[in-house]
Design a protein around this ligand. Structure first.
Ligand code: SF4
Length: 358
């Protein structure tokens, strides 16, 4: 390494943060003590979801569950419903389980160390580091995608992710200031989100422009280096939107474990790469004349794209629901924990109650 390049200093980043910190609904004002519950809930929501997408959900969620006690006591359907639309539903299940564990095992107070936090459901290395640093001012490293980008650029780390993670963590720990570790963690996140962006980083405004090796080399956008991911194979299936003459829609609840666990859905076939539409009638919840909607619904999950062919059907008002299913009146559909893909399926079938958005 070129000895004439200065070392990055936490003090420069903190001075920048003091002037440019983002005002976020879950962030305490300068000098205020952060509420661990709010910090934790926001960090869980922000995993794999952008700040812009999280903001309205966060505000609604906090209005509905203002404390960890309120969240722990809520029925799981209510939590899933408040989460619906944020995706990655195992996070909502873990969030609920974690709130219960905090009430039952920690008398309603979050543990204040990384190790204590990591022992809770749904809290991995990143979240434990972030909550320990932000809520409790512990000298912890919170390394998310934004931080990975800043650090790999700053030190021109050519190793590919995910293998480079231990080195990135080491670099963050070496940069930690003696005081204000919580502000340092948030400053790094803000720098990655607002200045050191994936495309066209605003290096001219960056407090670390002088020590940044990628900027000196002009190679900013080549970092972080990533190992190639194999794209998942597309899965196919059939979805059945059954309307009763009184307007109610047939729904069921997915198993608690697995993809979209605990969420509400219209009955569907299995989702498989080799699904044959010719046999779809056998997967229908009732033997009826089903009408195929011309355009299939496409949705991309983390591990695979899904294509569902939608069928619509109608039954008389008094028809009972098949075992394990229920008819939900149209006016109450918005209260069901419907996932994004199910909202799309209903929309494709012409069902769009107020309060739902695809
Ligand atoms: S100088 Fe540019 S590339 Fe380097 S950390 Fe700052 S914004 Fe990122």
């Amino acid at each position: 390494m070129d000895a004439s390049v200065p070392m990055p200093r936490a003090a420069d980043l903190l001075a920048w943060y003091d002037r440019h910190r983002r005002a976020l609904p879950w962030r305490a004002e300068a000098g205020e003590r952060p509420d661990p519950y709010r910090v934790w809930a926001s960090e869980i929501m922000l995993q794999q979801t952008t700040v812009t997408a999280v903001k309205p959900y966060y505000e609604r969620f906090m209005a509905r569950f203002p404390t960890v006690q309120a969240l722990a006591r809520a029925p799981s359907e209510e939590v899933m419903q408040a989460w619906a639309g944020l995706g990655y539903y195992s996070r909502a299940r873990n969030l609920h389980a974690c709130a219960k564990a905090v009430m039952e095992n920690h008398a309603g107070r979050f543990p204040d160390t990384e190790e204590g936090l990591r022992a809770l459901p749904g809290i991995g290395a990143y979240t434990a580091g972030a909550v320990a640093a932000i809520a409790f001012d512990r000298p912890a490293a919170a390394v998310d995608g934004n931080v990975e980008r800043v650090i790999t650029r700053l030190f021109a780390i050519a190793d590919e992710l995910p293998g480079a993670r231990p080195l990135i963590r080491e670099k963050v720990l070496a940069l930690l200031p003696a005081g204000r570790p919580g502000d340092f963690a948030q400053a790094l996140m803000d720098l990655g989100a607002t200045i050191c962006t994936p495309r066209n980083p605003a290096c001219g405004l960056c407090p670390w422009r002088e020590p940044c090796r990628a900027r000196i080399e002009g190679t900013q956008e080549s970092f972080p280096r990533k190992a190639k991911k194999k794209a998942g194979q597309t899965r196919y299936g059939a979805a059945f939107v059954l309307t009763r003459a009184d307007g109610a829609i047939l729904l069921r609840t997915r198993p608690a474990k697995g993809l979209l666990g605990g969420m509400a859905e219209v009955p569907t076939s299995e989702w498989r790469a080799d699904y044959e539409l010719d046999g779809a009638a056998q997967d229908a919840p009732l033997p009826l004349r089903w009408t195929e909607v011309p355009q299939p619904v496409r949705h991309v999950f983390t591990h695979f794209p899904l294509e569902l062919t939608v069928f619509t059907g109608a039954v008389p008002a008094k028809t009972p629901a098949p075992a394990g299913m229920r008819f939900t009146p149209l006016g109450r559909l918005a209260e069901e924990p419907l996932s994004g893909v199910m909202v799309k399926v209903l929309a494709a079938a012409g069902v769009k109650p107020t309060g739902l958005s695809a």
